[in-house]
Design a protein around this ligand. Sequence first.
Ligand SMILES: NC(=O)c1ccc[n+]([C@@H]2O[C@H](COP(=O)([O-])OP(=O)(O)OC[C@H]3O[C@@H](n4cnc5c(N)ncnc54)[C@H](O)[C@@H]3O)[C@@H](O)[C@H]2O)c1
Length: 374
Amino acid sequence: MGQCQTNVLRKTKGIFSNETQAALQTINCQDYAIHIGSIEQSLANFLQGRDYSSVAVVVDENTRRHCLPLILDVLDSKHLTIVEVPAGESFKNIETCTLIWKKLLMAGFDRNSLVVNLGGGVIGDMGGFCASSYMRGIDFLQIPTTLLAQVDASVGGKLGVDLEMVKNIVGVFNNPKAVLVDPKFLKTLNSREVLSGYAEIVKHALIADSVMWNKSILLGLDPHKIDSDQLRRSIQVKRNIVEQDPFEKGLRKILNFGHTVGHAVETVSWNTDNPLFHGEAIFVGMICETYLAYAKNLISKDLCDAVCRALKGIFYRKDSVSRTEEIFQIMLKDKKNRRQEIRAALINGIGSAKYDVILTREEVSESFQYYKKL
Ligand SMILES: NC(=O)c1ccc[n+]([C@@H]2O[C@H](COP(=O)([O-])OP(=O)(O)OC[C@H]3O[C@@H](n4cnc5c(N)ncnc54)[C@H](O)[C@@H]3O)[C@@H](O)[C@H]2O)c1
């Protein structure tokens, strides 16, 4: 695997004005870079010296309204096509891809064109998949506008769409030309979406960044005030892991911490009056799986209690684990299982994790009891 480095580009002159702009932080990956900071600056830098015949910006109705105005000045309107698709997971499917492909075709997009995906994980996964398959693959740029997409979805090359209610079942691994992250997009994001993305930041800290856990999260970091440095730390955790194991053969599985229970809890909540957001369910999952780490002798009871109290302080909903049997049945169908055994990634300290830990039904039930009594 290629070596990754992080460097900070010190204050540079703005491309469109003489004002000095804030520093861009750059995380270099194998064949692309993630730039964190002013989107006007990073996008202008990216486009400089590249001569695309046409550029499409894929948006949904929310990112068209809130995010597109922040980048329009940097794009050349003569060769620009805006492709708007409906917002939400229920539109992350092949039918919407067909709309995107048709729009590119009708606008005369050739192999020397660029697709800019401006949105959350839905736009990034789907727009990236469309670009990767249009004319057998054209350049694309990820501009993630939700916290979840900035620290998770836009890093790691997984692209695709859902089919028949099965999430991400059609897709490819492919990297963008660059990922441009700017915390100012997050200002228009609603609180539940912010918390949902924050779950991934907390997860990254617990599995691989004890400094972030001890110095920021335990001290009550406000997810609405995440800055470029904190975004960079979190993105680096995911980048470091996926660079070592791009196709999830081993280490990358630790990114599933909180997701074995969390995904099942989320799915069960969809049939209730109060469905959980993905990240909310991951907070539930992280508490149960921290208990499971204790049950497996991977951490002490004191550490388990301390971590779970901190997680509870961020998000807690007692009734989320009450439909025990349904949750358990969904866990049994998890893609990560082998031979009908439930396998999870669990922490074995702060900032360290282990994957493929086999869980028994009794241990899982105990973790739900622990959650309810917390
Ligand atoms: N590829 C990966 O590795 C990976 C990892 C995690 C999740 N995902 C995928 O990401 C998706 C979830 O992503 P998400 O949580 O970003 O959901 P999303 O893309 O549906 O965005 C959530 C909502 O926020 C709105 N929105 C986006 N940016 C906004 C902004 N700046 N201001 C106001 N509103 C804004 C969107 O229109 C949408 O309504 C799922 O489909 C999941 O499968 C992919």
